[in-house]
Design a protein around this ligand. Structure first.
Ligand SMILES: C[S@@+](CC[C@H](N)C(=O)[O-])C[C@H]1O[C@@H](n2cnc3c(N)ncnc32)[C@H](O)[C@@H]1O
Length: 336
């Protein structure tokens, strides 16, 4: 193996991380600064995931991610990635976000293409700084609804407007979806579906629900209520659900933030009324994307263990799993 001056092999599996070259106006800098002071960790998680997409841009095309994430989160993840690279870590920081984003992109496109007219409403629950409405061409016939807390969506809109007004990187501000509507709502409250309908969501139209990085922030009863509302939609129209689920052990990673878990979402969703459920784990053939080179990395090691194993036999550490789940249902298949 050839060695460079810095000791890293030339064929190092991860490219040198690069901070995106971004322009932040004073307005945007000010917004990010106040957000970082005022928001709780729940809301700030939206900036962390955007930073992940911005720094994994060699595999994810999300030109707005850096702008939305802000300099603090970009810099912090950048430093972690550099450190991982120097230490030849088995998993590089942000890889879960990268794989998860690519999995959702791929499954969303497949779901849209599965509809005869290639059109479906797309609802993003806990949308945060998701910019799919600006970056996925497969959404060109789709009305996209982004649901999140009012202040998160307000900040997103203000940043996008400030950047657009400056005419910098103007091509990235074109909405690729048919439309995008922001719906300010707390999905722990009972009125969010009503707010969604007031924004133009039509219950009888084919729908893809995207629940990316959201369910585990809810309590068990809140998450079940959200899943039940979505399942009811299967009685009306062809419905696809894309969601990630933590297993019980994963929720121990942050006891204050993570609550809902399911060790067997592939059993839970059919019991609610979904007819067709596919589950993947990070590292599975459809959730790999060439990003998990080391056979000894955490994800590859977990894949070789039965899902019921709670602690790893090698080191006694909890087996923290993230399940990526696709489910669908339609009136003809739904249980009465
Ligand atoms: C980890 S971020 C994920 C954001 C986005 N889906 C992504 O993958 O980049 C979680 C998001 O869920 C939102 N969220 C959490 N609880 C919520 C609730 N009860 N109602 C609405 N949004 C919520 C947060 O504000 C945050 O934007």
């Amino acid at each position: 193996m050839s060695i460079q001056m810095n000791g890293l092999p030339l064929d190092h599996p991860w490219p040198e991380p690069k901070l995106p070259e971004l322009w932040y106006s004073d307005t945007i800098k000010g917004l990010h600064a106040s957000t970082e002071n005022d928001w709780d960790s729940l809301r700030l998680s939206a900036l962390q995931t955007a930073a992940g997409r911005a720094l994994w841009r060699h595999v994810i095309h999300d030109p707005l991610a850096g702008l939305l994430a802000g300099e603090t989160y970009l810099k912090s993840l950048y430093d972690k990635i550099k450190k991982d690279r120097l230490n030849n870590a088995r998993e590089v920081s942000g890889v879960i976000i990268a794989v998860r984003t690519l999995w959702f992109d791929t499954k969303l496109e497949a779901a849209i293409n599965s509809f005869e007219d290639r059109a479906a409403q797309v609802v993003l629950l806990g949308a945060g700084m998701d910019a799919r409405a600006y970056r996925l061409n497969c959404l060109k016939e789709s009305n996209v609804f982004e649901i999140d807390f009012p202040e998160v969506l307000q900040m997103k809109t203000t940043i996008l407007q400030a950047a657009e007004n400056s005419k910098k990187e103007a091509e990235h501000f074109i909405v690729t979806a048919k439309s995008v509507s922001r719906v300010a709502a707390d999905i722990r409250q009972k009125d969010w579906l009503n707010k969604l309908q007031l924004a133009g969501f039509e219950p009888h139209k084919n729908t893809v629900w995207v629940l990316e990085g959201i369910l585990y922030y809810l309590s068990h009863s809140q998450a079940m209520e959200v899943l039940n509302i979505i399942t009811e939609n299967c009685n009306l129209t062809h419905t696809v659900l894309l969601a990630d689920f933590m297993n019980k052990q994963s929720t121990t990673l942050s006891k204050s933030n993570f609550h809902f878990y399911s060790d067997w979402p592939d059993q839970l969703l059919p019991s609610l009324g979904f007819s067709d459920v596919n589950l993947s784990q990070i590292g599975d053939p459809d959730a790999h994307f060439g990003l998990l080179h080391d056979p000894q990395n955490l994800f590859n090691k977990l894949l070789s263990l039965p899902r019921s194993t709670e602690t790893h036999p090698d080191d006694g550490k909890p087996c923290c799993r993230l399940y990526l789940v696709q489910a669908s249902g339609s009136p003809s298949q739904t249980k009465s």
